[in-house]
Design a protein around this ligand. Structure first.
Ligand SMILES: Nc1nc2c(ncn2[C@@H]2O[C@H](COP(=O)(O)OP(=O)(O)OP(=O)(O)O)[C@@H](O)[C@H]2O)c(=O)[nH]1
Ligand SMILES: [Mg+2]
Length: 415
């Protein structure tokens, strides 16, 4: 059998360079050696170019900074804060695209609350759900709990009926969950990453706006165009429709959010809501208002998972010297961590983001693993990675506000 040649079989250049049918063994040997040498030289040129680019970057004093840490640790939020500090105009350019994420966060939270309520026996536990310890409890048919007073049963039935009505009225809004997810991901789903998570790739903000406009922008938009784009995004039929539904459902959302059963389940930690869920439900009057435009605080609270690695560049003036920072924001879920390694090579610094409030939480992608345990393991792996031995490492203990709130509520850290 012949050794495969570098030439492909059917393009004209291949035909011209094709070995002669009368090629001798010696000629063939020489040709293959010449091809191998050409390949080696071509690869060498590629390597040299890469090295040259790298040298140029280093010579210019560019800094390569990696943001690492588990999912939900706050890497993208930290990146947004860098963006606000060093490139505020880019936040303005993408402000409109965050509406889609925030609507998605609200719809997803409602879906989660309703699914927990679904598994909960409202008719019997409704009265107890206020968290009031003096109210009789259901205890598997023991004599003292066999027949709660009829007033309590009536109250529970009314509560259940109220929730059933809210569920019915909110169902068209909740049903938009998938469409919003598709709009954000461009139809790409990531399997094996927990409860149907939605991930976005680098540049999703521009793509969201483009798909809302139905065309690709070929140039950097002017201020005027940006304003028009923002207005256009509000005209995006999907965003517009969900905005309208939110407006119509605002009082239903308020009622559900303030319902004693929901509050009771939250108090008993049978219903656990993520911090962004609580934030947007608390501010639903603003989010559901007509012509809603996300505030910067809303953008910082919005939650969407990062897929792969997203590069952000910032020109920073440090002590009178201009330095370009290349910030790499990675996806932190377990299924995403393999994408980090190619960036270790020439990194200057790492900010490892560890959410200290997560002591009572478990990984979305592996509900048996405590998030602090995972964070510690990951940090240990990063510290012992040979590729990173000369890299500056910053440990960023994040979400201290949430830790304080949990401790103030009486939650205790257990080993
Ligand atoms: N209260 C509070 N919330 C925070 C803090 N830092 C981040 N968050 C919130 O935590 C959520 C998750 O943050 P992200 O920045 O998306 O997490 P990530 O590390 O990028 O997650 P992946 O992209 O999945 O790896 C967002 O809703 C943020 O608003 C903080 O210090 N305090
Ligand atoms: Mg992220």
């Amino acid at each position: 059998m012949r050794t495969p040649s570098l030439y492909s079989q059917d393009d004209p250049i291949t035909a011209a360079l094709k070995p002669s049918p009368t090629e001798t063994d010696l000629e063939r040997q020489e040709r293959l050696e010449a091809e191998a040498e050409a390949k080696r030289i071509s690869e060498q040129i590629d390597d040299d170019l890469k090295e040259e680019r790298e040298l140029l970057r280093r010579k210019k004093g560019d800094v390569k900074l990696l943001l690492l840490g588990q999912a939900e640790s706050g890497k993208s939020t930290l990146q947004k804060q860098f963006q606000l500090m060093y490139k505020p105009s880019s936040i303005e350019q993408e402000r409109a695209s965050w509406t889609t994420v925030i609507y998605f966060n609200v719809v997803h939270s409602l879906k989660h609350i309703l699914s927990i309520l679904d598994n909960y026996d409202d008719s019997l536990e409704g009265a107890d759900a206020t968290g009031d310890e003096t109210t009789p409890r259901k205890t598997n048919g023991t004599p003292e709990s066999a027949s709660p007073p009829s007033s309590i049963l009536d109250e529970a039935r009314n509560g259940a009926l109220h929730i059933a009505n809210l569920r019915r009225r909110l169902s068209p809004l909740v049903a938009t969950d998938e469409q919003l997810a598709n709009r954000l991901t461009g139809g790409i789903t990531v399997s094996g990453s927990g409860k149907g998570s939605v991930y976005v790739r680098s540049g999703w903000q521009a793509r969201t706006i483009e798909s809302a406009l139905g065309k690709m922008k070929k140039h950097r938009p002017s201020v005027e165009e940006e304003r028009a784009t923002r207005e256009n995004l509000a005209q995006d039929p999907l965003v517009k429709e969900i905005g309208r539904m939110l407006q119509l459902c605002e009082s239903d959302i308020q009622e559900l959010w303030n319902h004693p059963t929901v509050k009771g389940l939250m108090a008993k930690r049978k219903l656990k809501l993520d911090e962004w869920s609580e934030f947007f439900l608390r501010h639903i009057d603003r989010v559901a208002a007509p012509d809603y435009v996300p505030t910067t605080d809303d953008i910082l609270h919005a939650r969407i998972q990062t897929m792969g690695v997203a590069e952000h560049t910032f020109d920073v003036n440090l002590h009178g010297k201009d330095v370009t920072w290349h910030l790499y924001d990675v996806g932190g879920a377990r299924g995403q961590r393999h994408t980090w390694v190619p960036y270790f090579d020439d990194a200057n610094a790492i900010i490892f983001v560890a959410p200290v409030s997560a002591f009572d939480q478990y990984l979305e992608e592996d509900p048996r693993t405590n998030r602090i345990d995972d964070s510690l393991q990951l940090f240990t792996q990063i510290c012992s990675n040979a590729l990173l031995k000369n890299v500056h490492l910053v440990l960023f203990l994040n979400k201290t506000d949430l830790l304080r709130a949990k401790l103030d509520k009486g939650l205790r850290v257990k080993k």
